[in-house]
Design a protein around this ligand. Structure first.
Ligand SMILES: [Zn+2]
Length: 849
């Protein structure tokens, strides 16, 4: 039910809980519609506890409650209960009944294909029993599960197990959001890991019968993660067992519950036949991410949910380091920046903009955002760049020593760095409190043998940042000689003032600057340097990121000119990528990325920033024309590149093979614009792995020659839900703008469109929302279709509904007709009488006043 006036929660209102919780014992008697949960919790009042205690609890049927063995009658509300309590240590006991079968919000204890599982972050535990459901209350849990299932799992180490009964004990204090329980007919893919101190840890990946063949890769990724965290961060695993469970119905990617990670099956199950190279890399990264949380999140957790970036920013940063080490650092950095610009920049520049550490929220589920995760990780990366790798490692050691077992804040985190390095981080802290993407302008000058780079931070006020202050911005810069040699190697220019200049002396001739190497800060860099300069860097830069960035900059400038004036594609850009593509010394994955164009949404942002109104149809047309120009300009190279990067050895999802496949498939996509469908059809027919099969199908669909391939794909994979998600999504993504909404609408009528499953829902409606020209089609059909489905999903699953509302966040940059169409849809959703708190908050923020 919608609250009459949704309550806003403020960081500044934080108060510690009035009681310590010294132990928690839970007993579950499982039943699909009437599970009984008994709790026995030891509380110790703090001096100012005040004789009354509030416990969170939602959608619970209270059967009985006792304090020190005597029945009590607490005051109940929709949010929890309040009870008079002794001013000395006491034992709270309660029994509640819950209904997992009908819990379609997928928070708390719920069922997926007959199996019980939980999701408690952020505030799901209060749907399991009455408890102080806040991350700063940490305690030791013992869990007993009774149910007729072969597998009964919870956190920590197993104590006992018999038919229909299991007991688990977790010796490490944890907040309730890390609680987990799983029960069902599952099979284990076992493994084992020996830690650096010689302890053996049992590993299991639990899946539904039939999925056993998709576990080996995930298991190896887990072992690699455990080893990497020992080698790089000195962190050893701390229990006798580590379990991962794959679940089909899951709102997020995965969850780091202590010793019992629960994964969306899409984020863990992998096989060459059913998973693309992108899937493999993502699975490896998510397994690492959740495992790394064992220290950054679980052993040291967040004091309150405003500090979410403390665990998420740091852990995303750690998983990117891991992927860089396992694969190609340059390719990973470029991919992360594409993602940041595609998801976080639009958020930061629109009505949903918020600081990395927000200061207020109504529904915390709405703050699991790209800003908290991805910009949060960028902030950690900048900190490491500023203090250096050794000082960073020392500071992390101090962080783990000082705060193990605690619930911490950003202040605690920064204090560790100040103490370890002697640096004052007062100004740096603005990265946590100031919303918006900083914009920096650079220009250069040369006189009397001095080369000067001048930077200006644009401090224009905006609605979300009314009084922006200069930030600390590390700008990694190198200088090249006119012959293309590195004359001054990369160094960190530390920008702290609104305007600041850096002088390089003793250079024999005017150099060419390579600024913001490795994308050393999450800013928009506006350069007053010429396009010749970009073409030079595309040919010569020694920094792989900036070399790619130079190509992207040329493509972007050319596309914007094409959109504005119908000009032809820039030959400097086409010649530049031709040289890179033909350079066999470069990593194929890197060369494939060179062919990528700025996303159509990025181009819309660029036009909006320039004070223009983006026309999605014109952006689509220019992007298509640029693709055609790439194909024409590279026509003589493409068949050779395609042939040279075919793989004859047996399949491996490693960086080397996946890089070759990505270049072969990027060339196939361009060849599809020059040729008839035989080549794509042949690849589709011969494919023995999903990467090749799906790439062939995508080209056939765009050539409008995919009808029979689509059918045979469906026949082949009908029983595989994860592969069928790809089949649903691809048809929307490859449709022409005019046909996107109707294609998506047709697919929602397909017998296998199970809209209650978040993966399937996102496969179709998420693809609709990300097809820029299709979603923003002038007819408004895309807006209407998405709104229809959000209205349908909200009563069952507010979390996924609210998250998908962000498709509308950029609405104010479009023309008046589109704005009118969108506002009609926003108002139609907002007018629903029982709209969830999650969706209400999101749409109210997007709608604005
Ligand atoms: Zn995380």
């Amino acid at each position: 039910m919608r609250d009459a006036a949704p309550q806003t929660i403020y960081l500044s209102d934080y108060k510690p809980f009035g009681f310590e919780v010294t132990s928690v014992s839970l007993t579950f008697d499982l039943d699909p519609t009437a599970t009984r949960v008994k709790s026995r919790i030891a509380f110790v009042p703090k001096p100012d506890a005040g004789g009354r205690m509030f416990l969170h609890g939602e959608k619970l049927k209270l059967i009985s409650a006792q304090i020190d063995g005597a029945p009590v009658t607490p005051d109940l509300s929709d949010e929890g209960l309040t009870c008079a309590v002794p001013d000395a240590p006491f034992i709270w006991e309660a029994e509640v009944e819950i209904d997992p079968q009908n819990n379609l919000a997928l928070e708390g204890l719920y069922m997926s294909n007959g199996m019980y599982c939980t999701q408690c972050e952020a505030e799901g535990f209060r749907k399991i029993t009455y408890y102080p459901d806040r991350p700063d209350v940490m305690s030791i849990f013992t869990v007993t599960i009774n149910g007729p299932h072969p597998v009964l799992l919870s956190n920590g180490n197993p104590v006992s197990a018999a038919d229909g009964h299991a007991e688990w004990h977790d010796p490490w204090p944890k907040p309730a959001y890390l609680f987990a329980l799983v029960a069902g007919e599952l099979v284990a893919h076992p493994g084992s890991f020996t830690t650096k101190s010689g302890r053996t840890v049992d590993l299991n990946l639990y899946v539904r019968p039939g999925d056993e063949g998709k576990c080996a890769f995930g298991m190896q990724a887990l072992k690699d993660s455990m080893k990497w965290d020992e080698d790089v961060y000195g962190r050893e695993y701390d229990l006798d067992i580590f379990n991962i469970v794959a679940v089909d119905d899951f709102n997020m990617g995965a969850m780091e519950n202590k010793g019992l990670n629960i994964f969306n099956s899409a984020a863990v199950l992998a096989s060459p036949e059913t998973s693309t190279d992108t899937n493999f890399e993502r699975i490896e990264a998510i397994i690492a991410h959740e495992y790394f949380h064992n220290w950054t999140g679980n052993r040291i957790t967040c004091r309150d949910w405003f500090q979410l970036c403390l665990k998420e920013g740091l852990t995303v940063f750690r998983d990117s380091q891991f992927t860089s080490d396992m694969r190609s650092a340059a390719v990973k950095r470029i991919s992360d920046v594409i993602e940041l610009r595609g998801r976080q920049f639009p958020e930061d520049q629109g009505p949903l903009s918020h600081p990395v550490r927000p200061e207020s929220f109504q529904e915390i589920n709405n703050f699991y955002t790209a800003t908290v995760y991805d910009k949060g990780a960028e902030v950690i990366g900048m900190l490491r760049r500023l203090v250096g790798a050794d000082a960073y490692a020392n500071a992390l050691d101090l962080y783990f020593d000082r705060h193990d077992g605690q619930a911490c804040t950003i202040e605690d985190w920064l204090k560790v760095f100040e103490d370890a390095t002697g640096r004052d981080l007062t100004q740096f802290k603005r990265w946590y409190s100031q919303a918006g993407t900083p914009r920096v302008t650079v220009k250069d000058a040369w006189y009397a043998g001095n080369y000067i780079l001048s930077f200006t931070q644009n401090l224009k006020p905006s609605a979300t940042t009314p009084d922006p202050q200069p930030q600390v911005i590390p700008i990694v810069t190198g200088l090249l000689s006119p012959s293309g040699k590195e004359s001054v190697p990369s160094q960190v220019l530390e920008l702290t003032e609104a305007t600041q200049s850096f002088t390089f002396e003793g250079l024999p001739e005017r150099p060419v600057p390579s600024v913001l190497r490795g994308f050393s800060a999450p800013v928009v860099l506006e350069s007053e340097l010429s396009e010749d300069h970009a073409a030079f860097l595309l040919a010569h830069d020694t920094d792989p990121f900036n070399r790619w960035e130079a190509g992207r900059g040329l493509a972007r400038a050319s596309l914007l000119a094409m959109i504005r004036g119908g000009t032809d594609p820039d030959p400097k850009y086409l010649d530049g990528i031709r040289a890179v593509l033909g350079d066999a010394g470069l990593d194929p994955a890197y060369r494939a990325l060179m062919l990528s164009l700025p996303s159509q949404s990025d181009l819309a942002t660029a036009l909006h920033d320039a004070g223009e109104t983006p026309d999605p149809a014109a952006i689509w047309a220019a992007s298509e024309a640029m693709r055609e120009a790439q194909a024409q300009h590279l026509a003589d190279l493409l068949p050779g590149l395609y042939a040279d990067h075919q793989i004859t050895e047996s399949f491996a999802p490693d960086a080397s093979q996946s890089g070759r496949r990505s270049l072969a498939n990027a060339t196939l996509s361009l060849l599809g614009r020059l040729e008839s469908p035989e080549r794509a059809q042949a690849q589709f027919d011969a494919a023995d792995n999903m990467t090749q099969q799906l790439a062939g199908l995508a080209v056939l669909l765009r050539q409008k020659a995919g009808k029979s391939a689509l059918q045979s794909f469906e026949t082949q994979w009908k029983e595989d839900r994860l592969v069928m998600d790809k089949w649903f999504g691809l048809q929307v993504m490859q449709a022409e703008p005019d046909a996107v909404a109707s294609t998506a609408a047709t697919l929602t009528g397909h017998a296998d469109f199970n809209w209650k499953n978040p993966n399937r829902f996102r496969a179709v409606l998420g693809a609709l929302a990300t097809h820029h020209a299709g979603f923003h089609h002038a007819s408004g059909a895309g807006y209407r279709l998405l709104a229809d489905w959000l209205i349908k999903l909200d009563p069952l699953n507010p979390q996924t509904t609210a998250r998908m509302c962000s498709a509308f966040q950029t609405w104010k940059r479009y023309d008046a007709d589109r704005q009118a169409l969108i506002s009609t849809e926003l108002d139609r959703i907002l007018a629903l009488p029982d709209l969830s708190r999650d969706t209400t908050e999101m749409l109210t923020r997007i709608r604005g006043s």
